[in-house]
Design a protein around this ligand. Sequence first.
Ligand code: ATP
Ligand code: MG
Length: 421
Amino acid sequence: MSYQTPRGTYDILPEETADWQRMEEIIREVCRLYRYSEIRTPIFEDTSVFKRENDSSDMVNKEMYTFAMGHDSYTLRPEGTAGVIRAFDQHKFYGSMEMPAKLYYMGPMFRHERPQKGRQRQFTQFGVENIGVSSPEIDAETIALGCSILRRMEISSIRVCINTLGDDSSRAAYRTALKEYFTPHIDCLCPDCHRRLEQNPLRILDCKADADNPVLKGAPSLADYLNEESRTYFERVLKALDDLGIAYEIDDRLVRGLDYYTHTVFEVKSTRPDSGAQATVFAGGRYDHLVEYFGGPQMSGMGFAIGLERLLNLAKDEGWKSQSASCARVYVIGLGNVGSAPLRIAEELRGCGISAEVNLIPRSLKAQFKSADRSGADVIVIAGESELAEGKVNVKDRKANEQTAVRLEDLSSRIKEILSK
Ligand code: ATP
Ligand code: MG
């Protein structure tokens, strides 16, 4: 029997981890610049954290990995926001943190979806949440943070699509209008949309099966149901984006896959023709009721999540390279009966911040040199019996193809000199 990763999951192999680490560094650096702090929440939560009353999203209804332990029901997190807000309330950050609280997270998420390129069952999200203040300028800054990450990953072929869902009363008016419009057309809609019509008709606009259904195209537009306050809020978001030089398109059919959004919602998509199912790199919006749901005061939040597999794929498609040096810079080999001297020398070099690999396998000098070559080391240190007796080793500068004897106490400075050339 041979074992494989479960469908929709994958291994990140050693040759790929350098790219992942560099991407994660870029993200952390941008978060630092925008003054967001990391929060790490559990990978599973009580199911009720994700499955909230009346939630009509596919993610909650069809895609969750839920399991029972004794009398308790748990769910592997399908997204990051709910856990962050649960923590925000649990630790009463609303009483202790400067508002808006600015938090970010990065880690695996789980959704039982049909696997395809850019769509896995375990995938990685980075996301931010700022909580406590509702302002159009904060919405714009949040979008700018995400765009800044894309820019640093050298991704330029993107489109920012934005919409507003308005406040509660605008949305309620729109929901009624949609229900009136869709009810006579119910037979033309997919079975899931029958449920959506009852639970949340806005969801129908986000249906993947009905995406090209002409009935959807004729549906009323939310823009016609926005009250004055919601309209002004949205105009200010757009103005701030203009001021920041962020180009966007208004998409009045954009409703997003989760039920908790209010006011601003957005999706950032790749415009590369080959991006297919993974076109949306990141997406998010404002939410007004989550903090209350988990037991905190009425407070608004705004956030987004980036799918890191998609981000990395797009970056690579656009030619991004992580440029991180992964090979050892020094390789130490022993010659003759030198015991653990090579190991000790390597340890001392590492102590001086020099990356070193050491031959620990009994083998011929020729085989050791071959292994040193394969390691890609810049410098080879040869610890020979007679040289060691005089407190010296031989140092080979591979690029210059020069070999010199160096006193042990000068070794690290000599190597640093070679490496800095
Ligand atoms: P989609 O419409 O592609 O299903 P979504 O609306 O379900 O996306 P969100 O919940 O907003 O996605 O998650 C934000 C980002 O996380 C997405 O834009 C995407 O980059 C990534 N993402 C979501 N689901 C998956 C998945 N199954 N595999 C890989 N990445 C994913
Ligand atoms: Mg989805």
